[in-house]
Design a binder for this molecule. Sequence first.
Ligand code: TYD
Length: 142
Amino acid sequence: MNKIIEIKTFGNEEQGFLSFFESNKDIPFEIKRIYYTYDVPINTKRGMHAHKELNQVLWCPYGEIEVILDNGKEKKSYLLDSPEKALLVGKGIWRDMYWKKENSVLCVAASDYYNEEDYIRDYDEFLKYVKEGYWNDENKLY
Ligand code: TYD
């Protein structure tokens, strides 16, 4: 988890392209929910939370979005600037997303249904979970 993966893609410039991934094959979990964010003004920051248990895959079928992942010990920046790139984000990762280009679309596939109880929306609370070893170093960044 917590790394960029290449999405399998077929096609050519004359006819266009098709990209796909499958649960438990290309991404290491079962998908229960898909959502997407769009019409976000340029330079907007979203995210600003971590999840206790949820696994997600993020991809940007159009546009450019920077995702900063933070495991409470280090931060890394990942650029979603191609429909052939996806970012796996596991539990215990604080994420900030920045919209870099007009009309960019962020798609997310998640391992579970929406549950507000799974969110940590306060950064100091997130750091407390990290300090307690809640994720047992399972939240490494690559
Ligand atoms: P949030 O996850 O905070 O969005 P982002 O990380 O992109 O800033 O979600 C925004 C709102 O939408 C929040 O009030 C909860 C609601 N929501 C759902 O009801 N179901 C969902 O599947 C998601 C992702 C959000």
